[in-house]
Design a protein around this ligand. Structure first.
Ligand SMILES: NC(=O)c1ccc[n+]([C@@H]2O[C@H](COP(=O)([O-])OP(=O)(O)OC[C@H]3O[C@@H](n4cnc5c(N)ncnc54)[C@H](OP(=O)(O)O)[C@@H]3O)[C@@H](O)[C@H]2O)c1
Length: 319
């Protein structure tokens, strides 16, 4: 499909493909699952809370006729490396994996620094490190299908281009800094993954996408998934000209995951920066710095105790 002919409401047929999405019980993750299933894919909806996950699965079944028999659920807490490993093992043994959308995230970090039971700063662990571990664990199944990884970036990395020299913010924690640093990390890791995959000859590509500025008060109300108060609807609608729904915010994520013409190392976002049709975009300068990316990669390897199996993945025969 020609790049300018992409219609996010008329996706290519995805029958026979299976995608895993982190943080699928709400927001962009939920709408990405809807769009994938409508196009014929199977999805593995994942989340950390079983009740919220079943509510989202029920909503997807209510809203999408094609969902019958195509939706799996899996508990996955991205802030917990044990949960990441268990979920990856389960997803890898229950079917092929054609793509992984590394979407889950803390978007409103705590005011004070918090750590996970593994002793890692919570926002970095949830948004970046858990996804680094998950992607590494799923590399072999992805190599079998010639699959894709899509990481979640953010415009905030242009507004405050923090160099994550101290990724866990042992010093100088603020909620904003923790969020932006985690997004510098996810974006840099996404590009670094693609460079390393190419260098190793692995048939997996890694891309990054951002949803512009997508907010719940401009998003359809869905029981168990998105139930904003009247006040939130009112406040969010005041920002109408520069915002969009999370349903539309999912468009660049889904395009990066499934567009047959998309390539590893690309960055997708809305046409009008914060809103609009999905297209190739320009990532912030700091996220394109290979030295920062290499430093983050090594930090993640050490902290998560995960080495991506590049050599093995390069030998995997595509099915
Ligand atoms: N919305 C935007 O304008 C915007 C802009 C730039 C980037 N992003 C990025 O897009 C992604 C999704 O954002 P969103 O707007 O859809 O946010 P959201 O509506 O708050 O949804 C976040 C999702 O992540 C899940 N999550 C949080 N912590 C988790 C954990 N430890 N393990 C597993 N799942 C976890 C949440 O599950 P629970 O319900 O269990 O909390 C929820 O499903 C994030 O990575 C965010 O940084 C969003």
């Amino acid at each position: 499909m020609a790049r300018d002919a992409w219609d996010p409401q008329q996706l290519p047929d995805l029958t026979g493909r299976r995608y895993l999405v982190t943080g699928s019980n709400a927001g962009l993750g939920y709408f990405s699952c809807e769009q994938l299933v409508r196009a014929g894919a199977r999805v593995v909806m994942t989340g950390r809370n079983p009740n919220r996950l079943s509510a989202a699965r029920a909503a997807l079944h209510r809203r999408v006729d094609e969902a019958e028999g195509r939706v799996e659920t899996l508990i996955l807490d991205t802030s917990n490396l044990g949960s990441v490993r268990a979920a990856a093992a389960s997803a890898a043994t229950s079917g092929p994996v054609h793509g992984v959308l590394l979407n889950a995230g803390i978007t409103h970090p705590p005011k004070q620094r918090e750590t996970t039971p593994d002793g890692i700063e919570l926002v970095f662990a949830t948004n970046a490190l858990g996804h680094f571990g998950l992607a590494g664990e799923l590399l072999l199944p992805l190599a079998k299908t010639g699959g894709r990884l899509v990481w979640l970036g953010s415009l905030s990395t242009t507004i405050s281009p923090y160099d994550p020299v101290d990724p866990q913010l042992v010093e100088g924690y603020t909620a904003w800094r923790a969020y932006v640093q985690s997004k510098v990390a996810t974006t840099s890791l996404g590009f670094e993954a693609d460079r390393r995959l190419r260098a190793a000859g692995v048939s997996v590509s890694s891309l990054v996408a951002h949803p512009g500025y997508s907010i719940g008060g401009r998003t359809p109300g869905i029981q168990g998934v998105n139930q904003p108060s009247r006040l939130k609807r009112f406040a969010d609608n005041l920002q109408g000209p520069m915002t969009q729904s999370k349903e539309h915010g999912a468009w660049p994520l889904v395009r990066a995951l499934i567009d047959p013409d998309a390539e590893g190392g690309q960055f997708y976002g809305p046409q009008r920066l914060t809103r609009g049709a999905p297209q190739v975009a320009r990532p912030s300068k700091i996220t394109r710095d290979p030295e920062i990316a290499a430093r983050l990669w090594e930090f993640c390897e050490r902290t998560a105790r995960v080495q991506w199996p590049f050599e093995k993945a390069a030998k995997v025969r595509r099915r």
